[in-house]
Design a protein around this ligand. Structure first.
Ligand code: FEO
Ligand code: CA
Ligand code: CA
Ligand code: CA
Length: 606
């Protein structure tokens, strides 16, 4: 099994063995606490969680459901405190409401679900000499944004006809954010939130017959009849047949200024519309943000946005106002990858080609750009700039971007600038009528996923060319179709379905998983990206039953993770729970944020 002593700095802990325990299992010598759970009150006046007396009004002041992405921001002048920002991706009604009838949700249940979606901002207080964190309810920066809060569309497509509805003739004012999965933290102190599987909330896409509109809806997975949650019964904007453009107002990257509790969060149209998993910026040498983004769907693409504006340093009002315009002007690109090994050597089995690596080159293909005063330009034949921004997937199809195995989270290394992209899996790769394996997606029926490492040409994020190689080809290390950058496989932890990625202060990549196909629970792993230990994967923790690991943050003193959808299993309900985490038998299972630290007060993994 994985060794401890000579591991890379930051990864010196005893690896947790794969298991199916209904708990968060941490390494020997580490402790944990639940920081905040679904339903905990964060706003003034919000009641404590009461499973049997839920209301939409209460939920709107409480921490939302299914926390995913997490960001921790400094709170200057408040010793020991930080500001936690969390995504609430979606709701699991059968686990939220006793006796829930999926065919006939009540208005109250639907309104609770609206209030349980969105974002939370909540101050957290650290404890002296430990990594324990607790929520500070009623802090003046605490905030909830839900499926009915006001958001503003900004950038090149804002105001376009494609974004106007009967309730909003301006095409700029949207109610709500939905399905916020992963995200990012900007160097100017805001957070980014990807609106991912927004299609599931919209009904009757299948009834649209006009060919152009039908093709657009189909490309985004909006082709059904009734939606799963039946929201269209309570607000007609969720019915595509009655309000055709409302769905175009979802699928964006949201930018939130958590330091201004009165600010209206923005949906940044310059970053394109797709199932945004995440968005993480890196700065160019002259201070312009470059944002890397994945579209989490089988055979979809990854993208980057290069801003044409430079960040202003400092926290002055002028700097903050200027920096809130950085993501409205610039160029959106999609990635095309080419392998360097003969195609005959890529047979879909995952066997390494004769040059010993899955690797090659690539180019960033421009799709559209936006400039000052609403100027915009399409680079895609047959599509206007507005169409490229709103139907970005179709633009990327036209330019021949590379179809990937579900691009999830992306993270540029703060040390090396290399960008890591989690490609979580693709059960359809190589099936009849679908794209076959290529060097970047080298396994057909890919169950376990891979992590791609991208180096911009000259390490310049403005470059339109890059080199890439697979850093990890995940799975059981005993499976010959796995690869850990050449590190001895007998010394690594098994890993499957990489989803979120984050860096620790030592330059190691941490990877959380979703959907482990090796028979054990999901978890969080650290891996060295450089030096002799490059490729040594070590498992740091495992999840309770049914949960996926999200939102990892690795600080010197603590690791923070989202325990998302614990107890989510086919046939599970409030009455028949598949997990009793975190409160034990007889209590409702609740998604929550967990902090983990070293009991002896030392730094994590050193
Ligand atoms: Fe919400 Fe792609 O995970
Ligand atoms: Ca090769
Ligand atoms: Ca995810
Ligand atoms: Ca996922």
């Amino acid at each position: 099994g994985p060794a401890t002593g000579n591991a890379a700095r930051g990864l010196r802990f005893t690896a947790v063995a794969p298991n199916t325990t209904d708990a968060v299992t941490v390494p020997e010598g580490y402790a944990q606490n639940v920081v905040i759970k679904w339903g905990d009150p964060i706003l003034r006046g919000a009641p404590a969680f009461d499973a049997d007396r839920q209301s939409a009004k209460a939920q709107a002041g409480q921490f939302g459901y299914n926390n995913d992405f997490l960001s921790l921001l400094p709170l200057p002048g408040e010793p020991g405190r930080q500001l936690l920002v969390a995504n609430h991706e979606y709701t699991d009604e059968v686990l939220m409401f006793a006796g829930y009838d999926p065919a006939n949700p009540t208005r109250e249940q639907v309104e609770i679900a609206w209030a349980a979606h969105g974002l939370s901002v909540v101050a957290v207080q650290g404890e002296w000499k430990s990594g324990k964190l607790t929520a500070v309810s009623r802090h003046h920066l605490n905030r909830r944004l839900t499926a009915t809060s006001e958001f503003r569309l900004t950038g090149p497509a804002a105001g376009s006809e494609l974004l106007r509805t009967s309730a909003d003739r301006t095409g700029t004012k949207v109610l709500g954010t939905l399905n916020n999965c992963a995200g990012g933290t900007t160097p100017w102190g805001t957070t980014l939130h990807g609106e991912e599987n927004f299609n599931q909330y919209f009904a009757n896409g299948g009834s649209v017959t006009e060919p152009v509109a039908a093709a657009r809806l189909k490309r985004y997975g909006i082709a059904g009849a009734a939606s799963e949650r039946k929201w269209e019964r309570f607000d007609q904007r969720f019915d595509v047949a009655r309000e055709p453009n409302e769905v175009n107002r979802f699928g964006w990257v949201v930018e939130l200024d958590p330091y201004d509790p009165h600010s209206t969060p923005r949906k940044r149209t310059a970053l394109g519309r797709f199932k945004h998993e995440a968005a993480q910026p890196r700065l160019t040498a002259d201070g312009r943000p470059v944002v890397y983004m994945g579209d989490d769907e089988k055979f979809d693409y990854f993208y980057k946005f290069v801003s044409s504006k430079r960040m202003m340093r400092g926290t002055s009002r002028a700097a903050r106002e200027h920096n809130l315009t950085l993501l409205d002007e610039g160029t959106l690109y999609v990635a095309k990858l080419t392998g360097d090994s003969p195609a005959a050597e890529i047979d879909g089995s995952g066997k390494l080609p004769s040059d010993g690596e899955f690797d090659g080159g690539g180019e960033w293909i421009p799709l559209a750009s936006s400039g000052p005063g609403g100027r915009k330009k399409s680079f895609v034949e047959g599509m206007t700039a507005d169409e490229v921004y709103v139907f970005t997937r179709q633009a990327a199809d036209k330019v021949g971007a590379t179809k990937m195995d579900r691009p999830e989270d992306v993270e540029p290394s703060p040390r090396t600038g290399r960008v890591y992209i989690a490609l979580t899996n693709n059960s359809d790769r190589g099936k009849e009528g679908k794209a076959a394996a290529d060097e970047a997606n080298p396994r057909n029926l890919n169950k376990h996923g891979q992590v791609l490492e991208l180096a911009e040409y000259g390490n310049n994020p403005l470059s339109t060319r890059f080199a890439w190689r697979l850093f990890l080809v995940c799975g059981d290390p005993e499976d010959p179709a796995t690869y850990f950058s050449g590190f001895p496989k007998e010394q690594v932890s098994p890993i499957s379905c990489p989803d979120n990625v984050a860096f620790d202060p030592h330059g190691n990549l941490w990877i959380s998983t979703d959907g482990n196909a090796l028979g054990s629970h999901d978890g969080l792993f650290g891996v060295a990206t450089s030096g002799e230990r490059r490729g040594e994967v070590k498992q740091f923790l495992t999840m309770p039953s049914g949960a996926e690991t999200c939102g990892p943050i690795i600080q010197d003193r603590r690791v923070l993770v989202s325990v998302q959808h614990p107890g989510e299993k086919d046939g599970a309900s409030v009455e028949k729970p598949a997990s009793i985490w975190p409160d034990g038998p007889g209590r409702m299972v609740r998604p929550a944020v967990v902090s983990v630290w070293r009991k002896d007060g030392g730094n994590v993994g050193v």
